[in-house]
Design a protein around this ligand. Structure first.
Ligand code: SF4
Length: 460
């Protein structure tokens, strides 16, 4: 079937004309991803059921209408991924409606329009957002106090001039070295990590995968048969971390399929989903009954499902985000949190303490606080020196009860995951928490450092 204006026009008329969505099979034309027509505006406006299906590098500046760009998107990313039984034929859910461009801001112009005020240095910011895309949900934008130029949520979401500094690297923990095949990493013996998408609801400016989020998809898994075969042959792998990008931006039937495949691997004990969706788009969780059916089905198979969130500031713990966490917990999901220590966001002991206490109060396990990695465009803008970081963590812990200070302060280093125990004798005391090098297992060490150093030079 040729997808032309007449086809889409007909679908649009059906949708707008009160007939609801077209039948499911209309969402699966050859060469197109699932989509639906929400309204007719200058022809057809397409909304995507799942943003993971959007093409890479669509330039808003490109000389094309939204319709043309998005039709092209569907044609480029159509079809089924190898080994993926995801047919993308199920009807759309309320959840999917949250994940479309009308609920997100992706250009500086749209941002200025949404907040009804100009963005300072808009020309440079626009240029930076072309290098590392900007995407922010309306929900998350509404948490920002625009009268405060140092608002912490603004710093997480809006590109800033600091991104012009280019120190650091784009792969700070050796992800390429540990990639076994496209989208699949095996660094630590018991844990496999899968890059399920390069898309997120919000592109955090501090992201350590800036090399790929919103940009290229050449590190995203394509062959799920290969994943299952590898896991089946590696009985030492007891758990899988679904990462990205944000896996919860995937269409629900895609997630359901992934979980179904993993559920059938007998030696896996649990699966983790790393996601900021509860933080930046909680309605995606609250409004999607099929998602909860999928999670409950996975739990009923005897394996544990975890969602690892990333709350970085107490203001992110809104009533709605906490409701989304509770909803996950009702499904039998254990929710834990990994905060990233970020300059200008949470580098204050009372803010860090308030955050960890609020997480514990919400029933979220404070799992890790991560030292910000020396990522290009991130390091200078967000990294706190280790000396200051250790003092800050110590001060925050003083303000916390036992459950609230369960977190470990760690860094994901090339050599492994290192727990930073504290600063003394002119440097840090640290201990290997995870590593694939036998000589480093549980190794306790001291490293003398300058007070302005933010990362450990331990060799590769
Ligand atoms: S949601 Fe996660 S993967 Fe996506 S940009 Fe933020 S930190 Fe990076």
């Amino acid at each position: 079937m040729k997808i032309g204006p007449a086809w889409w026009g007909a679908v649009a008329r059906r949708a707008v004309g009160g007939g609801g969505f077209p039948p499911a099979d209309h969402f699966n034309p050859p060469g197109a991803v699932r989509r639906y027509v929400g309204a007719a505006r200058e022809g057809v406006v397409l909304r995507y059921a799942a943003f993971d299906a959007l093409p890479l590098g669509i330039s808003r500046a490109a000389n094309a209408t939204d319709t043309q760009r998005q039709v092209r998107a569907g044609q480029q990313h159509g079809g089924r991924l190898k080994g993926s039984p995801v047919p993308r034929t199920r009807g759309l859910t309320a959840m999917n409606m949250h994940i479309h461009s009308e609920n997100m801001v992706q250009t500086i112009g749209a941002l200025e329009q949404y907040i009804q005020r100009p963005i300072p240095d808009a020309k440079v910011i626009r240029h930076l957002a072309k290098k590392h895309p900007m995407r922010i949900t309306h929900y998350y934008l509404d948490l920002i106090d625009w009268d405060d130029p140092k608002d912490p949520i603004r710093k997480i979401a809006i590109p800033s001039l600091g991104e012009q500094k280019r120190s650091g690297t784009f792969d700070t923990s050796g992800e390429h070295v540990h990639t076994k095949f496209r989208g699949f990493q095996h660094k630590y013996r018991q844990t496999a990590l899968i890059l399920t998408t390069n898309r997120c609801a919000v592109y955090c400016r501090h992201c350590f995968r800036k090399r790929l989020v919103g940009l290229v998809d050449n590190e995203v898994v394509v062959d799920w048969d290969e994943v299952v075969a590898y896991l089946g042959a590696h009985r030492e792998v007891t758990n899988v971390l679904l990462s990205g990008g944000d896996p919860l931006i995937l269409a629900t039937d895609h997630l359901e399929d992934i979980l179904g495949r993993l559920a059938r691997i007998p030696h896996l004990r649990y699966v983790r989903i790393g996601s900021r969706i509860p933080v930046v788009l909680p309605d995606r969780i609250l409004d999607d009954d099929p998602l909860h059916e999928a999670f409950k089905a996975f739990a009923s198979g005897g394996k544990q499902l975890y969602v690892t969130t990333q709350f970085n500031h107490p203001r992110e713990l809104t009533t709605t985000s906490i409701r989304s966490v509770k909803r996950l917990q009702e499904d039998g999901v254990i929710v834990n949190n990994q905060t990233v220590l970020l300059k200008g966001v949470n580098d204050c002991p009372s803010v860090m303490a308030e955050l960890q206490a609020a997480l514990a109060r919400a029933g979220v396990i404070p799992y890790y606080v991560f030292q910000c990695r020396p990522v290009t465009t991130v390091m200078d803008e967000f990294q706190v020196p280790l000396h200051d970081a250790c003092q800050l963590i110590d001060e925050a812990r003083k303000q916390l009860d036992g459950l609230s200070k369960r977190f470990r302060f760690v860094m994901s280093h090339l050599t492994g995951k290192i727990e930073i125990l504290g600063w003394s004798d002119g440097g840090i005391y640290a201990k290997y928490h995870q590593t694939n090098r036998p000589s480093l297992h549980n190794k306790l060490f001291h490293k003398r450092l300058g007070k302005d150093v933010g990362w450990l030079d331990l060799g590769g």
